[in-house]
Design a protein around this ligand. Structure first.
Ligand code: HEC
Length: 128
Protein backbone atom coordinates (compact mmCIF):
# COMPACT_ATOMS: atom_id res chain seq x y z
CA UNK A 1 0.00 0.00 0.00
CA UNK A 2 1.26 3.46 -0.84
CA UNK A 3 2.27 5.67 2.09
CA UNK A 4 -0.29 8.25 3.06
CA UNK A 5 0.59 11.92 2.45
CA UNK A 6 1.13 13.56 5.82
CA UNK A 7 0.25 17.25 5.56
CA UNK A 8 1.49 18.07 9.09
CA UNK A 9 4.99 16.73 8.50
CA UNK A 10 5.15 18.44 5.12
CA UNK A 11 4.23 21.76 6.72
CA UNK A 12 7.01 21.35 9.30
CA UNK A 13 9.52 20.62 6.56
CA UNK A 14 8.42 23.73 4.67
CA UNK A 15 8.86 25.90 7.75
CA UNK A 16 12.36 24.49 8.30
CA UNK A 17 13.26 25.08 4.65
CA UNK A 18 11.94 28.63 4.95
CA UNK A 19 14.09 29.33 8.01
CA UNK A 20 17.13 28.08 6.17
CA UNK A 21 16.40 30.29 3.18
CA UNK A 22 16.05 33.38 5.38
CA UNK A 23 19.52 33.00 6.90
CA UNK A 24 21.08 31.26 3.91
CA UNK A 25 20.16 33.93 1.39
CA UNK A 26 20.88 37.13 3.25
CA UNK A 27 22.37 39.73 0.96
CA UNK A 28 25.59 41.57 1.67
CA UNK A 29 23.49 44.70 2.14
CA UNK A 30 21.50 42.99 4.87
CA UNK A 31 24.57 41.61 6.63
CA UNK A 32 26.73 44.70 6.25
CA UNK A 33 24.66 47.75 5.27
CA UNK A 34 26.42 50.34 3.08
CA UNK A 35 27.74 53.51 4.69
CA UNK A 36 25.20 56.30 4.28
CA UNK A 37 25.01 59.88 5.52
CA UNK A 38 22.64 58.74 8.25
CA UNK A 39 25.08 56.05 9.35
CA UNK A 40 28.04 58.45 9.29
CA UNK A 41 26.00 60.88 11.38
CA UNK A 42 25.63 58.41 14.25
CA UNK A 43 29.07 59.44 15.50
CA UNK A 44 29.69 56.69 18.06
CA UNK A 45 33.09 58.13 18.93
CA UNK A 46 35.03 61.23 17.95
CA UNK A 47 37.19 60.76 14.89
CA UNK A 48 34.95 58.20 13.21
CA UNK A 49 34.32 59.67 9.78
CA UNK A 50 32.31 58.43 6.85
CA UNK A 51 35.61 57.63 5.21
CA UNK A 52 36.87 55.46 8.07
CA UNK A 53 33.51 53.65 8.17
CA UNK A 54 33.73 53.01 4.43
CA UNK A 55 37.28 51.76 4.87
CA UNK A 56 36.15 49.47 7.69
CA UNK A 57 33.32 48.08 5.59
CA UNK A 58 35.60 47.38 2.64
CA UNK A 59 38.05 45.52 4.85
CA UNK A 60 35.21 43.61 6.48
CA UNK A 61 33.86 42.50 3.10
CA UNK A 62 37.20 41.74 1.50
CA UNK A 63 39.15 40.20 4.41
CA UNK A 64 36.64 38.72 6.83
CA UNK A 65 35.00 36.29 4.44
CA UNK A 66 38.20 34.51 3.49
CA UNK A 67 38.05 31.63 5.95
CA UNK A 68 34.32 31.65 6.71
CA UNK A 69 31.37 33.61 5.40
CA UNK A 70 30.81 37.07 6.81
CA UNK A 71 28.26 37.38 9.57
CA UNK A 72 25.46 39.91 9.89
CA UNK A 73 26.86 42.79 11.96
CA UNK A 74 23.86 42.65 14.28
CA UNK A 75 24.41 39.03 15.21
CA UNK A 76 26.63 39.81 18.19
CA UNK A 77 26.57 42.37 20.99
CA UNK A 78 29.08 45.24 21.06
CA UNK A 79 30.98 43.44 23.83
CA UNK A 80 31.21 40.20 21.84
CA UNK A 81 32.34 42.03 18.69
CA UNK A 82 35.18 43.67 20.63
CA UNK A 83 36.34 40.24 21.79
CA UNK A 84 35.88 38.70 18.35
CA UNK A 85 37.85 41.50 16.68
CA UNK A 86 40.79 40.98 19.04
CA UNK A 87 41.08 37.44 17.72
CA UNK A 88 40.05 37.98 14.10
CA UNK A 89 42.23 41.04 13.50
CA UNK A 90 45.16 38.74 14.23
CA UNK A 91 43.74 36.04 11.93
CA UNK A 92 43.45 38.65 9.18
CA UNK A 93 46.79 40.27 10.03
CA UNK A 94 45.13 43.68 10.20
CA UNK A 95 47.10 46.71 11.32
CA UNK A 96 45.86 48.69 14.34
CA UNK A 97 44.30 51.28 12.11
CA UNK A 98 42.44 48.74 10.03
CA UNK A 99 41.25 46.93 13.14
CA UNK A 100 39.88 50.20 14.56
CA UNK A 101 38.09 50.98 11.30
CA UNK A 102 36.48 47.55 11.04
CA UNK A 103 35.27 47.65 14.63
CA UNK A 104 33.99 51.23 14.20
CA UNK A 105 32.09 50.14 11.10
CA UNK A 106 30.58 47.06 12.78
CA UNK A 107 29.45 48.90 15.90
CA UNK A 108 28.07 51.86 13.93
CA UNK A 109 26.29 49.63 11.43
CA UNK A 110 24.76 47.68 14.32
CA UNK A 111 23.40 50.91 15.76
CA UNK A 112 22.17 51.93 12.31
CA UNK A 113 20.29 48.66 11.92
CA UNK A 114 18.70 49.13 15.34
CA UNK A 115 17.63 52.64 14.41
CA UNK A 116 16.17 51.73 11.07
CA UNK A 117 14.63 48.55 12.48
CA UNK A 118 15.33 46.50 9.43
CA UNK A 119 13.41 43.52 10.76
CA UNK A 120 14.16 41.32 7.81
CA UNK A 121 17.86 41.40 8.50
CA UNK A 122 17.49 41.13 12.24
CA UNK A 123 18.53 37.71 13.48
CA UNK A 124 16.25 36.08 16.02
CA UNK A 125 19.04 35.82 18.58
CA UNK A 126 21.81 38.24 19.43
CA UNK A 127 24.68 36.26 20.85
CA UNK A 128 26.11 37.80 23.99
C1 HEC B 1 42.70 33.09 8.57
C2 HEC B 1 41.29 32.74 8.67
C3 HEC B 1 40.31 33.76 9.23
C4 HEC B 1 40.14 35.06 8.85
C5 HEC B 1 40.90 35.84 7.79
C6 HEC B 1 39.05 35.58 9.67
N1 HEC B 1 38.55 34.61 10.49
FE1 HEC B 1 36.95 34.77 11.69
N2 HEC B 1 37.19 32.83 12.32
C7 HEC B 1 38.21 32.00 11.89
C8 HEC B 1 38.11 30.75 12.62
C9 HEC B 1 39.03 29.54 12.44
C10 HEC B 1 36.99 30.86 13.47
C11 HEC B 1 36.40 29.85 14.45
C12 HEC B 1 37.27 29.61 15.65
C13 HEC B 1 37.40 30.78 16.56
O1 HEC B 1 36.37 31.32 17.05
O2 HEC B 1 38.55 31.15 16.83
C14 HEC B 1 36.43 32.19 13.24
C15 HEC B 1 35.30 32.67 13.86
C16 HEC B 1 34.73 33.91 13.64
C17 HEC B 1 33.48 34.39 14.21
C18 HEC B 1 32.59 33.59 15.12
C19 HEC B 1 32.98 33.85 16.55
C20 HEC B 1 32.10 33.16 17.54
O3 HEC B 1 32.24 33.47 18.72
O4 HEC B 1 31.30 32.31 17.14
C21 HEC B 1 33.29 35.65 13.76
C22 HEC B 1 32.11 36.55 14.06
C23 HEC B 1 34.43 35.99 12.93
N3 HEC B 1 35.27 34.91 12.85
C24 HEC B 1 34.60 37.22 12.35
C25 HEC B 1 35.72 37.55 11.57
C26 HEC B 1 36.03 38.90 11.15
C27 HEC B 1 35.22 40.13 11.48
C28 HEC B 1 37.16 38.81 10.38
C29 HEC B 1 37.90 39.95 9.71
C30 HEC B 1 38.53 40.94 10.57
C31 HEC B 1 37.56 37.40 10.34
N4 HEC B 1 36.67 36.68 11.09
C32 HEC B 1 38.62 36.89 9.61
C33 HEC B 1 39.14 32.27 10.92
C34 HEC B 1 39.30 33.47 10.26
Amino acid sequence: MARRWKPKAAKGALILAGAWIVTGCMTTQQMAPPVSDVMSGIGLAPGITGQSLEQGRQIYLSQCGKCHSIEPVNRYSDRRWKEIMEEMAAESRLGDHQKTDVLAYILTARRFMEMTEDRESKPAIVEE
